[in-house]
Design a protein around this ligand. Structure first.
Ligand SMILES: [Fe+2]
Length: 554
């Protein structure tokens, strides 16, 4: 924003709000003029769910209606015959042999659930599988924890079943630097409803509830309960974390940063439609997780009021399982699973991490106005976002009047902005595409056969009774509306609205704008190269670049 009349000697620690008065902006300088959005506590659960943005500017509501809601209507009206054809062709869930199960849990989307064993898991599996040496140096043990199904299991819809599960995964050295993961035991337990309501649930250790390959059909049945937990967890906790924390940042960016601010220009393409989508998910009566009447496209195995109980697991975590469900803190680095899915996420993250500093370095250290507005932006976000550490981006020492970012602070801001942009594009869209690619009969939301029982083999035809054609049609509609990407803008075509304030003849302005445009072009080229490199390295990519939306649009 260039030089100014700002008087540095008036700026001391704590005087930054005062200093902002030197840089007033009128309503025309803001995206939504005098009706910018703002976060508020979640109506359902103000302390256990993330802040929401409920009152949206009319332009954002219209954009959502035109580009998202109308897509829902169009797809339902025109595509339903394909749904009938699909369920005619697929009457059952996909057969889940051991190789397929291993791929599901350890290589693809659900590989992000692999976590270390905690003390409780160790003592559990030591008791249940005394044959295993859990301290073996050649192997490591992990788990896929779907204890989040505890509040769901006692509240299933009629003739449906669910169970919390913990799957033990062995990591074995196959060759010098090559490792392989293998799910070797499934612990599946029953929830005592009254205990669950009191919140006093703990592991009921019972060797009758652990299943391995030796258990034949019971093992095969148990695998479906694991995937049922995985598909509920990914929708309600992990994927929710890619959606909802960013609403506060989105609204505050639009309401605090003038459109001429470089940080605004960098972030704005990644914020389109997101507020409308998130508000619809949480508050629209037509939502998949509506508190009211269940919709024909809602795939979950219980009513919306119970499904929503999983939302706090992503935000405040699960008290008894903090290593699998930690409380949410704004991450400065992505959590990258050791899998092809993880390689894909990391490779794109690196492209963003190279681009963002090149843009933000165009804000000069002595551009007090820009930094004051970033400070205001960060302080406002901190009110709503746990562990949002942007205040460290600024000099905060007692003995200086100079208001500048530190070197460490710039690096921190780069990381924060990189996370926001990467999350709302690559991380979010990849989840959707990965779930879509499993196809409706590969997502066992509902199970109509009781959980396995060690003392009985399941009925011979249990696979035929696991799901009905109506369930599959429901899942097909879920996929059509919510997983099949409906991109309005795509990442590979993102043009940032870079424009430096000043007169057209200003050579500094011209140079900076040329640099920014050049960096934008380099970024788009780097995205394409990133995909080529992943393919060349034989990475099983979960999403093609051309499918990835710029922002959270579904
Ligand atoms: Fe989403």
């Amino acid at each position: 924003m260039g030089s100014n009349t700002y008087q540095q000697d008036t700026i001391k620690r704590g005087d930054k709000w005062e200093a902002l008065k030197n840089y007033p902006h009128g309503v025309d300088d803001y995206l939504h003029k005098n009706h910018g959005p703002w976060p508020q506590p979640a109506p359902d659960n103000p302390v256990q769910q993330m802040a929401q943005v409920i009152h949206l500017p009319e332009e954002e509501k219209e954009d959502w209606k035109k580009n998202v809601n109308n897509m829902y209507r169009r797809r339902v009206l025109t595509c339903w015959p394909f749904g009938l054809w699909y369920v005619f062709k697929h009457r059952r869930y996909k057969t889940l042999d051991d190789a397929e199960f291993k791929t599901e849990i350890t290589e693809g989307l659900y590989s992000k659930f692999m976590t270390d064993l905690d003390e409780g898991d160790l003592s559990l599996f030591k008791k249940l599988r005394p044959d295993l040496d859990l301290t073996d140096n050649e192997s490591d043990y992990f788990k896929a924890d779907f204890s989040c199904m505890e509040p769901i299991a006692p509240n299933c819809l009629p003739d449906m079943y669910a169970a919390p599960t913990i799957t033990l995964i062995e990591k074995k050295k196959l060759d010098k630097d090559i490792f392989g993961y293998n799910p070797i035991a499934i612990y599946l337990y029953k929830v005592n409803e009254s205990e669950d309501k009191k919140g006093t649930f703990s592991y009921p250790v019972n060797e009758k509830n652990v299943f391995t390959k030796e258990d034949g059909e019971n093992w095969h049945l148990a695998k479906y309960f694991v995937l049922q937990g995985a598909v509920h967890r990914v929708n309600l906790t992990e994927h929710a974390l890619l959606h909802f924390p960013f609403d506060a940042i989105n609204a505050i960016t639009k309401s605090i940063l003038p459109t001429s601010h470089l940080l605004f220009q960098l972030l704005i393409p990644h914020f389109r439609l997101s507020l409308g989508v998130n508000r619809a998910v949480l508050e629209n009566p037509g939502s998949l997780i509506s508190r009211d009447k269940r919709k024909f496209y809602s795939p979950f195995c219980c009513e919306g009021v119970h499904v929503r109980k999983l939302l706090p697991d992503g935000y405040i975590g699960r008290v008894k399982k903090p290593n699998a469900y930690p409380p949410y803190d704004f991450p400065l680095e992505p959590k990258i699973p050791d899998s092809d899915f993880g390689k894909h996420l990391k490779a794109y993250y690196d492209v963003f991490a190279a681009f963002v500093p090149k843009v933000l370095e165009q804000i000069d250290d002595d551009d007090e106005e820009s930094w004051l507005y970033i400070y205001l932006w960060a302080k406002c976000i901190e009110e709503w976002m746990p562990d949002f550490k942007t205040r460290e981006c600024f000099t905060e020492t007692e003995d200086t009047n100079v208001f500048k970012p530190t070197v460490k602070g710039r690096a921190l801001l780069n990381k924060i902005v990189t996370m926001i942009m990467w999350d709302l594009s690559v991380a979010h869209a990849t989840d959707h595409i990965a779930i879509h690619n499993k196809r409706p009969h590969g997502n066992p939301f509902r199970l109509r056969v009781p959980p396995p029982n060690k003392e009985l083999q399941p009925a011979k035809n249990w696979r035929d009774n696991l799901v009905t054609w109506k369930d599959l049609l429901t899942f097909w509609f879920t996929d059509l509306l919510f997983y099949l990407p409906a991109n309005v803008t795509t990442l590979e075509n993102t043009i940032y609205p870079f424009s430096i304030p000043g007169k057209e003849i200003d050579s500094e302005k011209k140079t900076k704008e040329q640099t920014l445009r050049h960096e934008n072009t380099k970024f788009l080229k780097a995205l394409k190269e990133c995909e080529k490199a992943l393919i060349k390295d034989n990475v099983n990519i979960p999403a093609e670049l051309k499918q990835i939306s710029t922002s959270l649009q579904y």
